[in-house]
Ligand binder design. Structure first.
Ligand SMILES: [Fe+2]
Length: 265
């Protein structure tokens, strides 16, 4: 499972690089530039229009990971907020929060820098302005969120995400849940890592009466928890960005299990 414009990037890369897409899931593994690609977002928030990744699910390896490469950046973009007019409100929120989460993770990571911080802060200011308002989907606000999405993508392309994305990827790998919904559900259990931001996120959810779906009805037995642990901890770079190189001493199997119980409760 991947977003259409992530697929566009992957197809572009695979038209000029030999082997399988899974050979390029990771960091800087793509050898040659792909074919010229133009991105036209119809949803705002994922930042795929400006990021250097295209996230793909690998069922065989039970991982969800991108082709992180300069060659995964679109050559040209058409950003038209008219295209997001008919997006259902909850989906609009989940996707916009992907940008919010990209930026808070970037700002709290050790790879933060002046360049990425300026994009993160601009995107966060827009998110706050839009979701503090009573009409986040007004013409003006859709235009602003489309720009915030682009900024958030630039921010993480020049820094890195943190803890929320690996847990979200774990959920998506094991249960097939969508990226932006998974992020929002994970966010609810992240207050010990991002206290101020989780509080602000909760205020947005409450103000706009957002529906956060239950990801699964399955009982979290040892086997499922092991899959979730493996699919989360495989994202070493973001976890190390957030918690340091010894992140495994913090995110033990028991700790990760506790967090997934909270996320899925
Ligand atoms: Fe994301």
């Amino acid at each position: 499972m991947a977003q259409p414009y992530d697929v566009g990037k992957a197809v572009s890369n695979m038209l000029t690089n030999t082997g399988k897409a899974e050979d390029y899931q990771g960091w800087d593994l793509v050898k040659k530039p792909g074919v010229y690609k133009i991105g036209i977002p119809t949803l705002s928030g994922t930042g795929a229009e400006s990021s250097r990744t295209c996230v793909l699910s690998n069922k065989r390896k039970n991982i969800k990971m991108g082709m992180n490469s300069h060659f995964s950046v679109y050559n040209e973009l058409i950003l038209d907020p008219n295209l997001t007019e008919s997006v259902p409100f909850n989906q609009y929120f989940y996707s916009a929060m992907d940008t919010y989460i990209h930026c808070i993770e970037s700002l709290n990571g050790k790879l933060k820098n002046v360049f990425s911080d300026s994009f993160s802060n601009s995107a966060l200011d827009i998110c706050k302005e839009v979701f503090d308002s009573n009409d986040p989907m007004s013409d003006k606000n859709r235009e602003k969120i489309m720009l915030a999405s682009y900024f958030g993508g630039v921010a993480i392309a020049n820094s890195m995400v943190g803890i929320i994305h690996p847990f979200s990827a774990g959920l998506s790998s094991v249960f097939g849940s969508h990226h932006c919904v998974s992020n929002c559900v994970v966010m609810l259990a992240m207050e010990e890592f991002y206290p101020t931001e989780v509080n602000e996120f909760n205020n947005f959810v409450e103000k706009h009466n957002i529906f956060l779906p239950k990801i699964t009805e399955q009982i979290l037995n040892e086997s499922i928890l092991q899959k979730l642990y493996d699919a989360t901890l495989v994202h070493e770079k973001p976890l190390s960005n957030a918690l340091g190189d010894d992140f495994k001493t913090i995110l033990t199997f028991d700790k990760v299990s506790e967090l997934f119980h909270k996320i899925l409760s």
